[in-house]
Design a protein around this ligand. Sequence first.
Ligand SMILES: [Zn+2]
Length: 417
Amino acid sequence: MGSPRLTEDELKLTLYAYTEIGRSKSFSDSHHQVQWLSEILNLLPIHSPDERPDNSGFRTPDGVASRVRAFKLIDENRNPRKLTSYRKVWNRYEDDWDALRADVRDLLSEYGVTVAESPEVLDDIVRRENLWEKMHQDGGPTEMEPSHLRDLGIYGGGAGIWRDMQLTEQLSSDGCGVTVSVLHTGQSYPDDLSEIELIYHYPNTDRAGRRDQNEIEATKNAKRLGVPIFVILYADESEKMRDVYLGRVIDWNDETSEFLIRYGADRQRLDAEASTTMVQPQKSFELTGNRSSDMRKQKARSGQSTFRFEVFQRYGPECAICSVDVKPMLEAAHVRDKQHNGSDDPRNGLVLCRNHHGAFDQGLFAIEPETHQISVAEGFTRNELGIESRTLSPVRNRPHQEALRWHWDEWTEERKS
Ligand SMILES: [Zn+2]
């Protein structure tokens, strides 16, 4: 016997989870929003115990993920049948996601779940803001003495993630605390750091116990609770000094063990981004990017870390040509390249190993936009180029057809001349 059908309240929560994941993004059962939805549906007394055929198997992540995907089908106009109740909820909110968010908040509080920040969390946000002010008064926040940062409680450990367990342990129900700062010591990958973003790799050490895992959870908690964190970088001027920024954990990817953190002095923009993650309408695909007239910004290639993060999220950590899945060997490639003003939309990207990224940029092969067959330049064989199959590897998503079309036309044109 199956579980009872989703009630309207459950459908609202499911649609909310779908918009929180990010419309049209792919996700798995282990996505934190799916996990959240499963937990909350099991927790809420929407169905009485006798309506639940098997309490342990009720509203599992697997089950709720497929329900979230039903909204993806509707969103992508794939015209699914028999989703009348889903469509009704969708139609009510599709022009007003703020209303959905408000209704979900009310609904949860009706069931006795508080989603508003607790006073303790609000206190900690204020505490961090005061620290930020204090650093300015002390001549910072760039070129600060590490010992001074320790005195202020902004940094305390020997490791990259500092949680300040004494102050933050009680803020999260999992007991992992809330990360106060992350120290970025160097660049493991070229796109890890730009002027405004940082890809921060999960700690992977041999310290005793679950310290790595707990620090990862504490950093996730900063996003879950809407608490800002400090990003600490080695100062440009002197390795002995530290530059500090106020940042936000934007997202994470357990598959690649990475956080995307946005930082910088522009507080209002950061706060707006952190609070509107669910109300962004789906962007239409843009093949070309905004060519910035600000040379300084162009040089820093702002947006590259986000591009890499989103490309890996979309396609998974695996070369689309040879299936190599060793993370340090993989790169996020542009299909329409930056020299031709290609955009940083992840649909204009592909995950390729370093070899195949080079070969792709050199025009040694191209991808036919409709069939996804791989064509090899004259004078080479598939074997020589290490191309294992005739078509793109079965990664979970394909680049946008317009991007592949642009590259293909360019490539075939070049072959003719
Ligand atoms: Zn490859």
